[in-house]
Write a protein that binds this ligand. Structure first.
Ligand code: AP5
Ligand code: MG
Length: 212
């Protein structure tokens, strides 16, 4: 099953994708994580896109599509797409690729949240440097270190308030048209992202159960 997760930056796509991967065994692919790994490794691609990411702008469609396809080409069971597609052109590229491999986008899930709340969550997010686990300083379980691997936590440069605000504007301009593109499809569902992580997860799995 191929699942596309949509939502504002900070809506909870990564948090829910990890849970979905654990439950269903579909591969979680975050294009943001793939790019950050390139930047961390200092590859030519990473150097090419690091300023774009830090400022909160999108990576060009053709480049990000190549990265995505390279990451999913071995996947037969299904993929949880986190952060891709972000433009109609990317959605069309994904449809084309899946159709060529006898697959399709089985479910599109929009996690809805207000701008005010996503900005609060982005500016209070922390990520583990070693394993990529996602935390929030306002969570009651927050300890300041990674509870999964003991790794050091850091703040993503694009979570700085001006960059985060810019990402919301980019989403409205570049990605919101996708909501109309997918909106009329039978396999498109929306969930309320303002609930607890577990409640949001239950809403998503309930919706997926209806689609399957
Ligand atoms: P990417 O890494 O995908 O960033 P994003 O879309 O901006 O989304 P985020 O990762 O910021 O948020 P999220 O929805 O995953 O939220 P999370 O679960 O972490 O992309 C980064 C950049 O890469 C882009 O700006 C662009 O430059 C480039 N890029 C990537 N894909 C691209 C593409 N397809 N095309 C072009 N460019 C691309 O949660 C956020 C916080 O909230 C955390 O602290 C978490 O603990 C907390 N939280 C989560 N759920 C809850 C809850 N239910 N209650 C309370 N707190 C919660
Ligand atoms: Mg994410």
């Amino acid at each position: 099953m191929n699942i596309v997760l949509l939502g504002f930056p900070g809506a909870g796509k990564g948090t829910q994708a990890v849970k979905l991967e654990e439950k269903y065994g579909f591969k979680h692919i975050s294009t943001g994580d793939l790019i950050r790994a390139e930047i961390l490794s200092g590859t030519p691609l990473g150097k090419q896109v690091s300023a774009l990411i830090e400022q909160g702008n999108l990576v060009p469609d053709s480049l990000i599509t190549d990265i995505l396809i390279n990451a999913i080409k071995e996947e037969k069971k299904g993929v949880i797409f986190d952060g891709y597609p972000r433009t109609i052109s990317q959605a069309e590229a994904l449809n084309k690729y899946l159709a060529q491999h006898g697959q399709q986008t089985d479910a599109i899930v929009l996690i809805q949240l207000t701008e005010e709340e996503v900005l609060r969550r982005l500016t209070s997010r922390r990520i583990c440097k070693s394993c990529g686990a996602i935390y929030n300083i306002y969570s009651k379980d927050y300890t300041g270190v990674c509870t999964k691997c003991g790794g050091e936590l850091y703040t993503r440069p694009d979570d700085e308030i001006h960059s985060a605000q810019h990402r919301l504007e980019v989403f409205k301009k570049e990605t919101e048209p996708l909501l109309s593109y997918y909106g009329s499809k039978e396999n498109y569902v929306t969930v309320d992202g303002s609930k607890t992580e577990e409640e949001v997860f239950s809403s998503i799995t309930a919706a997926l159960g209806l689609i399957k």
